[in-house]
Write a protein that binds this ligand. Sequence first.
Ligand code: ZN
Length: 416
Amino acid sequence: MSGTSNLPVSGARLWDSLMELAKIGPGLRGGNNRQTLTDADGEGRRLLQTWGEALGCSVTVDRVGNMVLRREGRNPALPAVAIGSHLDTQPTGGKFDGPLGVLAGLEVLRALHESGTETEAPIVLINWTNEEGARFAPPMMGSGIAMGFLPEADMLAGRDPAGAVFGEELRRIGWQGEADPAALQKLGAYFELHIEQGTQLEKAGIPVGVVDRALAQAWFDVTVTGEDAHAGSVMAGRHDAMVGAAALIQAIEEIALVDANGRATVGRLLVTPDSRNVVPSKIWFSVDMRHNDTAGLARMCEALKTRAAEIAAARGIAIAVEPFWESPLIPFDPTLVSHLRQAAEGRGLAHQVMPTVIGHDAVYVARKLPVAMIFVPCHGGISHNEDESITPEWAEAGLVVLADAVLATAGRAKTE
Ligand SMILES: [Zn+2]
């Protein structure tokens, strides 16, 4: 087929590697518990190191534990083309969220090695530390530090719920290196293959998602303040914060449903005084709003404030809507996106251009460097769950598109 790299990547070998890694830190029901900086994380890292060194790759580790496998190019002066994702999992995680991207990158390195293919630019494979953020908050820590968005010293001093210190755990498992994480800001390009963690691709029967942007997000803290009263008091004259919160939460769903591209979630809610027989005086809840475009997100944020004010006035309560965090719409690199589209077309694979609604290491990297992502379907959109599953065919579809796009970006060295 024209346009393909002809790189002899093996979907079967990728699948075997995924199953081999999944033996480390097994979950209770067939998934994985390989949380960051646990012994299992250390063991998974050692396996990747062994596999990389067998291909003649150098393995560098930085001060926050990011692992970088490097295969030199013919022109070492060129910035490296990177492939990355993460090997850590949620406590009840699956086998594919993260490992698919790392081990597909390994398979690309294996195919380059076996076929004796030389590239112009060096190729590196990155295993980012603590993508999941389950044990140590926040998520995407390794990439966030490397790209300069999270403070290294604060992160190293962070504690897990049991009180263990991040930096100490990193040293305990033997994975604190000496390299400067910021050195990764000198990469020339970055690709990440990941399961979709949604249902669009599976429902459409399309094996490849070419991800061209990360959606804009806005997170809020909402505090609804009423008046507490005995649950036996008459209904008239109540200023029930719970009912006000319920009305606003319903409104938030309506705000998201105004068009097909909005998403809004209330994921946490705290009740004061949190007593069975007291009308609540105060409700705090979180709001996470996302939209495919910046104007759409602005419309949602405005509507949230307007509806909050209306409900507060109608019910004689106070509702404060305060920004907590926001992330702009982050476009990915058009050239890398077109390499992915051409790769899918060259391989005869149906593909769809789509945004990511979920945070990934690629999103931090995209704020500094040219980035594109590939999604493959996962059954039922299920992830962060031991039932997460994909087919070997989907894994292979992502792999071949990754391989071709990486080679197109790094440049196959001409043989004379
Ligand atoms: Zn992931």
